[in-house]
Write a protein of this length. Sequence first.
Lengths: 116, 111
Amino acid sequence: SAVISQKPSRDICQRGTSLTIQCQVDSQVTMMFWYRQQPGQSLTLIATANQGSEATYESGFVIDKFPISRPNLTFSTLTVSNMSPEDSSIYLCSATGGRVENTEAFFGQGTRLTVV
Amino acid sequence: QKEVEQDPGPLSVPEGAIVSLNCTYSNSAFQYFMWYRQYSRKGPELLMYTYSSGNKEDGRFTAQVDKSSKYISLFIRDSQPSDSATYLCAMRETGGFKTIFGAGTRLFVKA
């Protein structure tokens, strides 16, 4: 299985500021994804991070609010911009493909974000 | 109608009980079925995955897929307090890259 490291693990941020979350995979992977998980809720896909091109966003998420980079096959960042308390959530990085069959998705430990 | 339906629980059982967790889905194109376990304040951890219909067993865990009924199950035998977590079902189409998750079922195993 792929090992995914995500940082920071948690942060408390002031409204109006931005936070960049980093995701590092220990092997090359085909696909990387960013999810949001509200407390007690399931996972909502924000976007697919495409290597070398613009991310593909799901309905309700836009690039200006959640810019994503993926400069290579093992690394991606998600920025939460101009934060408001409604952005308080857990943000999860996920990856599929690479050394394992392109079936299961593996997750990082998540970034717990609180906006005050 | 959601693509994947999962009862959020919570489900509370005594230690040693057999636990049955279930999901239904509407997309007949789903071929890969997964169960994730998520402890509080942690990321989801892949527990089991199966392809198409049938059963798969791994220790105390058994995953079942019934494609004709669009129904998947996870059974936990001899449940332990350490099994207390949220269990998420997930599925994907062949050749697809998006994983669709259920809402997750919170399980409590009482000692």
